[in-house]
Write a protein that binds this ligand. Structure first.
Ligand code: AMP
Length: 254
């Protein structure tokens, strides 16, 4: 079974986000960019399906294709996926923000050509926090979807997926081909070893444009304003528990 894993290049999750002075967006100049953390989890799960691990039999996946939509530098994100164990990459070159619907349309065109058994996406990209792409892709392909997966068990022509829902876990069975999106507890992604980073340099990356795939990626949304969260006010120190309780009562907290 072929698996497609879309991987997005985003601002590294360890960095503090800086809003541009004019409120038009987030300042990305000279900032470290990395693979979206939920996508690392998706790559890890696909690699476990290929190698065996995490409850999967070796060979459950035969080929893993990492796909990124973004600028030239998104090739680095693809190289990371290849170093983790993906077999080949596809870069769809696009400058600027590509909205989830456009990403889903591009991924649909790639799925039509590649015919994967499974597409594993992150549950959300940490830059736009949209949490839409997997769901839109499932709708465009008319495939079943299992979102927010904390466990995936392949079972012949089906996958049993355990989902993190409010207050507990829900396990559903979906027919393959299907769309799965990853939640944080699905697995702990590996760090690529140096030999695998070297090997990844030789793995193929196919470069395409949205026009090659017949998709118009012009934006449909306009960002009106991006703002920092309100600054926290300084606290006060109290000397006794009684003073604390009195203060909380005065503030209407208790
Ligand atoms: P979102 O709907 O933007 O929160 O993104 C959800 C998931 O869709 C991400 O975790 C990725 O797996 C995939 N995705 C979104 N945008 C891109 C992109 N530009 N390139 C590759 N994958 C993407």
């Amino acid at each position: 079974m072929k698996i497609i894993v879309p991987v997005k290049r985003v601002l590294d999750y360890n960095l503090k986000v800086r809003v541009k002075g004019d409120g038009s967006g987030v300042d990305l100049a000279n900032m470290k960019m990395s693979m979206n953390p939920f996508d690392e989890i998706a790559v890890e799960e696909a690699v476990r399906m290929k190698e065996g691990g995490g409850g999967h039999s070796p060979g459950s996946a035969t080929e893993i294709i990492a796909v990124s939509i973004g600028p030239d530098q998104a090739q680095e994100t693809l190289r990371t996926a290849l170093a983790m164990g993906a077999d080949r990459g596809i870069l769809v070159k696009a400058e600027g923000e590509v909205e989830p619907l456009a990403v889903a349309k591009l991924l649909k065109a790639i799925c039509d050509a590649e015919k994967p058994g499974l597409v594993i996406l992150g549950k959300q990209a940490i830059d736009d926090d949209s949490s839409q792409t997997g769901q839109m892709l499932a709708a465009l392909l008319d495939w079943p979807q299992a979102t927010f997966a904390s466990k995936i068990a392949l079972n012949g022509a089906k996958a049993n997926v355990t989902r993190e829902v409010d207050g507990g876990l829900q396990t559903i069975a979906v027919d393959l081909p299907a769309i799965v999106t990853t939640d944080l507890r699905l697995n702990e992604p590996r760090y690529a070893s140096l030999p695998n980073i070297m090997k990844a340099k030789k793995k193929p990356i196919d470069v395409k444009t949205p026009a090659d795939l017949g998709v118009d990626v012009s934006p449909r949304l306009a960002v009106v304003k991006v703002a920092d969260p309100p600054k926290r006010k300084g606290g006060v120190k109290v000397k006794t528990a009684a003073e604390l309780v009195a203060g909380l009562k005065a503030a209407g907290v208790i």
